[in-house]
Structure formats: C-alpha cells, structure tokens
Design a protein around this ligand. Structure first.
Ligand SMILES: Cc1cc2nc3c(=O)[nH]c(=O)nc-3n(C[C@H](O)[C@H](O)[C@H](O)COP(=O)(O)O)c2cc1C
Length: 356
C-alpha cells in the first residue's frame, strides 16, 4: 500500500491535497477535499485565534461523510502554520493540536531552522506521533538539512510557479523535484534514515500537471490556485473573478514583496515573496509611485468591494502561474476527484503508448 494511503486511510491514490491558504482554506473547503478522498489543510497561518472553532466545525462536517466519520484516531484534515510568527504561535497551537489531533501538520517559512525542529518534536510529543509532520521546502539544501534535523513524514516540494508565498529564488518543479529526490535518496541511504515522502506543489491545476509531478518522483500533489475557483474557498467574488480572467501566468503573475509592504504583512523572512496576478498597484509601483501613495490608493480600493480586484484595479490577487488553466468554478470535491482521475488517465495513456 502507498505510504500516504496507509497514514491517511480515507484518501485515494494519487493523493490530491489543498494547501493551507491562510483565511481561505477553512473547514468548508478542507472538508470537501477530504470527503473526496483528498487531504485538505486548514490555513491557520500566523494566528490560532479561530483554529479551534474551525476544527470544531470540521468535526461536524466530517459526520456528513461515512468514510470520514469512520476515521477515529485522528481528525481527517491537516493544519498549516507560518513559523515566522514565533514562540507564541507554537504555545497557542500545541493544546489545540493535542485536543483535535489533525492527521497532518504543515510547517512553512521559519525565521530560523530550529523552529522546525521544535514544532516537529513538540507536535509529535503532544499527539503521540498521530499527527504526521509535513514541511514545505523550495531548495535542495533545505530538503537535505530539514530531513536530517526533523525527519519529517512528508516534504512538500514547492516550485517557483506556486501562488502565494514561496522562495524568491527557487527552481520550477521539473528540475527541483528530481534533484531533491536524488539528493535525499543518497543522504538517507548514507545516514540510514527514513526518506520522507515527496509531495509536489506549484503550478499544478489539472490532471496533466499532476501526472507530470508524479512522473518526477512525487507521491501526491498539492494545489492552491485551482481551489480558489471553488465555491468553498473563503474569498470575495472579485478575487475569484480576477483568477478566472487571468491567463498566461508566466507574464501576468509575479513573485515579490510589494503587496506585503502595502498590507503591512512584513514579518515574512527576507527570502520569501508572494506570487499574484499583476494589477494597477504593481504597474504604478513599476512607474515609480511612492509606497505612501500606493498604500493610500490600496486602502481606497479596499472600500470598493468586488470592484477592488482585477487587472485595472488594485487589491492583492495571490495566484500561481497556473491561473490560465483555471477557467471554471467547480466544487472542491469535483476538483479533487477530477485532478486525481485526470492524472491516472494521463499516466495510463502514456504507459500504453508504443514507444520505439
Ligand atoms: C492565495 C494563496 C494563499 C496561500 N497561503 C499559504 C499559507 O498561508 N501557508 C502556506 O504554507 N502556503 C500558502 N500558500 C501556498 C500553498 O500552500 C501551495 O504551496 C501553493 O498554492 C501551490 O501552488 P499553486 O498555487 O500553483 O497550486 C498559498 C497559496 C495561495 C494561492
């Protein structure tokens, strides 16, 4: 049996996951992903204040599915944290993790590598190892260092195409994933440690991308951008429409710190930036508009409701280069099932092809 299906027995292979998008991936979205045989991650981010109530509401939604209701040992959902938030976040998170025992913990963006060690150790302690540890990385060096220091159950290999925050300097999945895979195989054989399962994130929106990631060495995939176009994602209609409208994401999205600066979310470690769809905020900054003026216009745009988003508007529209493939709103369950089945169909098709 696949390791992921062993650890998350309600899931179907290949695993399709929803990334822990802060304020967006909540109980409504994640329960639909898990019900469809995937693993949804609630985005707690840097703040635990609503986490217990989200997990409480997940527990209620879980009972709507026979398969999920049968899971007793853990809550069939994951929770993601942004570690730069520091010691206070860990202190607040631990009693919640102990009480609800989510199936997986997702760690991202530490300001110091020791934070990963501490979170991993403490979570395994309070949940008696029931909550599996997933760590999102974007370089070969981080994959090696973190595997040695934390021995995570899963490494989420995030390529440069990913929406939202990621490393400013980072390769795309096609080169990153196989290099991480090879380097980890060598390290784990040499040091006789368990090799973490690899899951791919960044630019995957449908079956072909998922199949490619599996071919590169992943056992499952994570998507963020694709789920923005689901009714269960907690975003404004204007944001969703801007994602649906965008195409050619290599040109129309960019990673950077401008929106963090304007929104005051400046605690991110220096090496991270957010990828989003470009709009007037970006174009004006490029033309030399001052931060103060841009901030003022941004605050005005926040009062415009759905009109605040779009190429000719100003609000943050985090999304990955895969936006151009997101053309339809579908339920999170349908997306999960479609991507899984799509990947299987592509892999079957290519394996029966007669190569000469
Ligand atoms: C709107 C948005 C918000 C995100 N927020 C978080 C977050 O709070 N924590 C995190 O670890 N990753 C976050 N991510 C990254 C995802 O976990 C995942 O790595 C990424 O979405 C995968 O790339 P894709 O968007 O191309 O599917 C976010 C992504 C998006 C699009």
């Amino acid at each position: 049996m696949d390791k992921l299906q062993h650890d998350y027995p309600w899931t179907k292979a290949p695993l399709v996951s929803c990334g822990p998008m802060r304020l967006i991936a909540l109980s409504k979205l994640t329960s639909e992903v898990s019900k469809a045989g995937g693993l949804g991650f609630i985005g707690a981010g840097s703040d635990c204040s609503t986490l217990a109530s989200e997990l409480e509401s997940f527990e209620k939604l879980q009972t709507e599915s026979q398969v999920l209701a049968a899971v007793k040992d853990v809550l069939p959902v994951g929770v993601g944290f942004l570690l730069w938030a520091g010691e206070k976040l860990l202190k607040e998170a631990l009693p919640i993790l102990e009480k609800y025992r989510p199936a997986a913990l997702w760690l991202f963006a530490p300001s110091h590598p020791d934070q990963l060690v501490q979170w991993t150790k403490e979570t395994r302690r309070v949940t008696q190892g029931k909550t599996k540890v997933w760590i999102q990385i974007g370089t070969v060096a981080d994959a090696l260092e973190i595997t040695q220091s934390c021995q995570p159950d899963v490494l989420v290999v995030q390529g440069n195409d990913a929406g939202g925050h990621g490393l400013e300097k980072c390769a795309g999945l096609v080169s990153l994933l196989p290099e991480v895979d090879d380097a980890l195989s060598a390290l784990c054989a040499e040091q006789e440690i368990k090799k973490p399962t690899l899951v791919a994130a960044g630019g995957i929106t449908e079956g072909r991308g998922a199949a490619a990631a599996l071919t590169l060495g992943a056992s499952g995939v994570v998507m963020g951008t694709r789920y923005l176009a689901s009714p269960e994602a907690n975003i404004a209609k204007g944001y969703r429409d801007a994602v649906l409208k965008a195409s050619d994401g290599g040109v129309t999205t960019e990673r950077g710190k401008l929106y963090d600066t304007l929104r005051g979310t400046t605690d991110w470690p220096l090496r991270y930036g957010g990828r989003g769809v470009l709009n007037e905020t970006h174009y004006d900054a490029a033309k030399g508009m001052s931060v103060e003026e841009n901030k003022r216009l941004y605050e005005d745009a926040m009062k415009m409701g759905d009109e605040g988003w779009g190429e000719k508007a100003r609000l943050t529209t985090y999304a990955g280069t895969g936006v151009g493939l997101v053309k339809e709103v579908k339920s999170a369950a349908a997306i999960t099932e479609e991507v899984r089945r799509g990947a299987i169909a592509v892999l079957k098709r290519t394996s029966t092809h007669t190569w000469t």
